[in-house]
Design a binder for this molecule. Sequence first.
Ligand code: GDP
Length: 166
Amino acid sequence: WWAGKKYKIIVVGLDNAGKTTILYNYVTKDQIETKPTIGSNVEEVSYKNLDFVIWDIGGQESLRKSWSTYYVQTDVVIVVIDSTDTTRLPLMKEQLHNMLQHEDLARSHVLVLANKQDLPGSLNPAEVSLQLGLQTLRGRKWQINGCCALKGEGLPEALEWIANNL
Ligand code: GDP
């Protein structure tokens, strides 16, 4: 981690996982520079020395091939999980493992955020980790943290992990 370098972070997750809420917790709306032309399902945001590319994965089969355009030189993949959305965890697992096979993501670190820990019925990070098969990720740094994006809980710790591991 050094001040002069631009870091690229991609933020992925199913719709409604909390990606937008998390992003705006790190970056207030007037601080960001968005590039709306990039596409309806993908959003790119620059803040200080960080470039964020955010998009919904799952569904939209036809768009999936074009996602890899955004993978190049990604430092960190943040995976946002709605920890109450247990029925779609198998879909998320499949999407995540497929995505991480791409050569452009071979050296990316993975930070999973088990969001919505405030809600009853949410799985804890250990349970989410098991459901996503994170223990099978080899040869890369990964981490799972619980968070509550609405209250901002767990988000500073997540950014700190990123800063300490870049
Ligand atoms: P995105 O589709 O992944 O960008 O998800 P959003 O950020 O738009 O969030 C989807 C919904 O979940 C919104 O109604 C948020 O207010 C809500 N939400 C996000 N994070 C949390 C959380 O930690 N707890 C609760 N209870 N709701 C959350």
